[in-house]
Design a protein around this ligand. Structure first.
Ligand code: ADP
Length: 526
């Protein structure tokens, strides 16, 4: 079977390009067989993703020079590339490209940890370094530094940071703890940002701004360059840490919970992300759905209530860690307790650990800087081979906005037959609201329903003044179009910059709805 070719590229031209790519990376680092390409398909495709987002080939270069040479070939033959670091961006498309027929540029072989500096607390990594790799490296060499893993630790530090992912320690805002990059531009130029602009640099990973305009944020959630080195700050291992859970029993406790949490975060008493888990997401780690409900449609509220009671979890469950000196944590905890004492029937669970102790529960391991795979437990919730797509609107950190978004999502999800499997990651002034539509991937009807639900939710959110912070490939254009102030001025700016940096449009066309001139005709809501 012929792989899907990029639009407007003939088979003969594509074959020439593949031969030239092979001359750069070695023929054995060019994959085109259906079996090899299948590994780059979206594992959670909501519908006919295999066709809509299929790659034509995969290249696995080993060095910056090879990346530059690949760009020369891609520009010469107008071949669109799609860059991934490890391609585990599950829920948002995995390693699959937005434009069918793109050549996936998989950087996982570039996986060196180039530097770790303990006193200054940073690492410089290549794209293929996973959170597990970095963690292992720090432990093996005895560095007293922590990583800050996201929910699934097998992905790369690079991919998660560039997508503005997050974790759960005080270094949980990954875009904010990034410092210094090396980027290969579409024309093959290699740029080091910030203080990296000084050839014999001494502060590349220490001072984020450098001199003149700051470019690092331009390469996040964008298609302006291929990032080949990334600096990340690492937290000094604290002497101790406490894992705290506050459970609240009623559905409408969400608003007072958020009103209580925000001042604690803004004052720095809780100095990192706190996660508010809904009952179903909390329960999913403890028991399968079928134990509680096997009727049609979403789990009824009465079943949710009896499930939470029997499992001993809250209708809402707030999780966070405290880190540092036990005396200071005791004082912080007193403030937290006092604040939440105003909420009826709040239940507190605190587990105290020495800094070098590891908690057993998967979710808590992330809070202790230890990568885990707890995110995947959700896949079993609905039985079958589980898949999910996520709706992730940004939410102002007020009780009324949170309740409004929750009600909107829960109601709409139920209409389409889905439980409210979700929660909020609170970062002070905002929350990331994450709702997952979980479907057995063999179930065509539920898959279609998940797809329809995502579009409905985005429209609902837009009408209420909310926008998503990230999107699956299928809705990248739809999501971008919702940022429509002044007739889409934001996207116009993004595409003006795109055309200036990448005139042939070879880098990840369509990512986040940003299309280069050459491929703009491929824009479309799916
Ligand atoms: P993960 O780390 O979860 O495996 P991916 O490697 O799939 O994540 O990367 C997630 C997304 O981030 C990709 O789809 C791509 O858009 C972007 N990305 C990843 N690595 C790079 C890179 N080195 N340069 C530019 N963009 C990248």
């Amino acid at each position: 079977m012929m792989p899907t070719l990029p639009p407007h590229v003939s088979a003969a031209r594509f074959a020439q390009a593949l031969a030239a790519f092979g001359a750069v990376v070695g023929a054995n680092q060019v994959s085109t067989t259906p079996a090899e390409l299948a590994r780059y398909a979206d594992p959670f495709a909501p519908g006919d993703g295999e066709r809509a987002f299929s790659a034509s080939a995969v290249l696995t270069p080993a060095s910056v020079d090879e990346v530059r040479a690949i760009l020369r070939v891609a520009n010469e033959h107008s071949i669109p590339l799609w860059t991934v670091s490890t391609g585990r961006n599950y829920g948002y498309g995995g390693a699959a490209p937005r434009l069918a027929g793109s050549v996936v540029l998989d950087l996982q072989r570039m996986n060196r940890i180039l530097e770790v500096n303990e006193p200054l607390g940073y690492a410089l990594v290549e794209p293929g370094v996973s959170y597990f790799d970095l963690y292992q490296h720090l432990r093996t060499h005895g560095y007293r530094l922590w990583t800050d893993p996201p929910a699934a630790g097998w992905g790369s530090v690079m991919g998660n940071t560039l997508e503005r992912g997050f974790g759960y320690t005080p270094y949980g805002d990954h875009a904010a703890t990034q410092c210094g990059m090396e980027v290969v531009l579409a024309n093959g130029d290699v740029v080091r940002t910030g203080m990296g602009g000084i050839d014999t640099g001494t502060a590349w990973q220490l001072y984020r701004y450098g001199y003149g305009p700051q470019f690092d944020p331009l390469f996040m959630q964008s298609n302006y360059g291929i990032v080949t080195k990334l600096g990340v700050w690492l937290m000094p291992a604290p002497p101790a840490y406490w894992i705290v859970e506050v459970q609240l029993p009623r559905e409408d406790d969400l608003a007072p919970l958020v009103e209580t949490l925000r001042p604690l975060q803004l004052a720095g008493t809780i100095g990192q992300h706190a996660v508010i888990e809904g009952a179903i997401r909390r329960a999913a780690g403890l028991s399968p759905r079928e134990r509680w409900y096997d009727g049609p449609g979403a789990m009824p509220e009465s079943v949710v209530a009896s499930m939470t009671k029997q499992l001993g979890v809250g209708r809402w469950n707030l999780h966070f860690g405290l880190y540092g000196d036990p005396d200071v944590m005791a004082a912080q905890y007193r403030l937290v307790e006092r604040a939440f004492a105003g909420l009826r029937d709040a239940r507190f669970i605190v587990t105290k650990y020495a800094g070098d102790e590891a908690p057993t529960a998967g979710g808590a391991r992330n809070r202790a800087g230890i990568p885990a795979m707890s995110a995947f437990r959700m896949l079993d919730w609905r039985g079958g081979t589980g898949a999910h797509v996520d709706f992730s609107p940004l939410c102002p950190a007020t009780g009324s906005d949170t309740m409004r978004q929750y009600t909107l999502v829960k109601t709409r999800a139920a209409e389409y037959g889905f439980d409210y499997y979700g929660g909020f990651t609170a970062g002070g002034r905002h929350l990331h609201h994450i709702f997952s539509a979980i479907f057995p991937s063999g179930d065509a009807l539920l898959t279609q329903q998940a797809r329809d639900l995502m579009r409905a939710l985005m429209s609902d959110a837009r009408a209420a003044g909310y926008g998503v912070y990230r999107s699956h490939l299928a809705w990248m254009d739809f999501a971008a179009a919702q940022y429509s102030f002044n007739d889409g001025a934001l996207l116009r700016l993004a595409e003006t910059i795109k055309d200036a940096l990448d005139p042939q449009g070879v880098l990840s066309p369509g990512k986040q709805g940003v299309w280069p001139r050459a491929w703009r005709g491929a824009r479309g809501y799916t």
